[in-house]
Ligand binder design. Sequence first.
Ligand SMILES: [Zn+2]
Length: 98
Amino acid sequence: MTRKLTCDEAQGLYFDRTSEVELDAATNQALDQHLASCPDCQQFVEEVADMDAGLAGVLDAPDLNDPEETAADVARVMAAIREYEAGRGGAGRGATAT
Ligand SMILES: [Zn+2]
């Protein structure tokens, strides 16, 4: 009998597995059993799959032989990173500086 996973554990492990972390066979089996029997986690799996597809869409260079196309993709990713960093570091800093 494999041990039972909680939803938190199952979702964490599923995320590990999609990040190419090696799970041992028993853990893998417990995860698959939980996913097969738990509607909440099935929903979670679908959301992760959607997110992966979205990311792949951003990072996918449709034609690697087209430098302009590739540069546009890189620029899009860089802009997203800059936006993220600006949002993270911009607020709440420097308010006390004179
Ligand atoms: Zn679950």
